[in-house]
Design a protein around this ligand. Sequence first.
Ligand code: AMP
Ligand code: MN
Ligand code: MN
Ligand code: MN
Length: 290
Amino acid sequence: MSQRIDLHTHSHYSDGALSPDELAAGAAARDVALLALTDHDTVAGCDAARSACAARAIHFVPGVELSSEWRGREIHVIGLAVDPAQGGLRLHCDQMQERRRRRIERIAAKLDTAGLPGTDLTRSALAATSPTRSHIAHALCAAGIAANPEAAFEHWLARGRPGHVAAEWESMAHVVGRIVAAGGIPVLAHPHRYKVSNGQLRELTGEFKRAGGVGIEVSLAGMGPGDRDRVASLARRFELAGSFGSDYHHPGIPWRPLGRFDKLPDGVTPVTLHLGTAFCPTYAAVTGQS
Ligand code: AMP
Ligand code: MN
Ligand code: MN
Ligand code: MN
């Protein structure tokens, strides 16, 4: 049986549904041999995930997904193989969690103004180490106010909607620097999801590379072949390694299980080569799919 890899996952330290131990159990059940935990703006789950993976003979890669800003847009940068104890990274995460908390409190006030129970709807977000709008989206669903998380964003949380509060992130170049300083490999997350023109995506990717970027997510669960080819050509053009994973948040999405991604297109170097033997003892595991 092929051994799977997943380099983009979330736990309940940010907006994932599972604890690190449950995540590792899920990974073991799916024959995932190499797992990175990449929570939003926190490395707090990495110690628990490391032990949980060790107990199941899964190779663990400590990671993080940092929110950042580029030309007024929100861009996510994954840090793979970061040192979760590094002071600068911890400080950055602490600061971002504080900003996230304040943002959620402002969203609560705006939802109140819109006639919704803001305090109730933001309770689960504020209970998390790294509070996110995704928590609020799920609360809106649980309260029967939105049919699904996408609709919750569309009607309540997105720009121009009653509960929208703009985020204040550090620049993309800044967060790339934070990851490098923590010994990590910066990977541009889900480039196909940014609502920018092809020209802007090229400029974004070029700036990411010049800032010290090493990888780009070429193959994510749920990505269509057109998007994968578009991102693969960016990877080749800017000599970025291809990363892959599921962006796993919870077990309720059957088409996005742990360890699912399509094979990297030809001519794209797998980012696992940059992880080195300490994290990734066998590259044979990079087979692609299902
Ligand atoms: P935040 O970082 O607090 O802005 O929350 C962003 C998180 O919400 C993302 O990491 C996604 O998990 C989720 N999210 C963002 N946009 C959407 C959307 N349109 N539909 C569903 N989930 C979304
Ligand atoms: Mn998320
Ligand atoms: Mn993301
Ligand atoms: Mn993610």
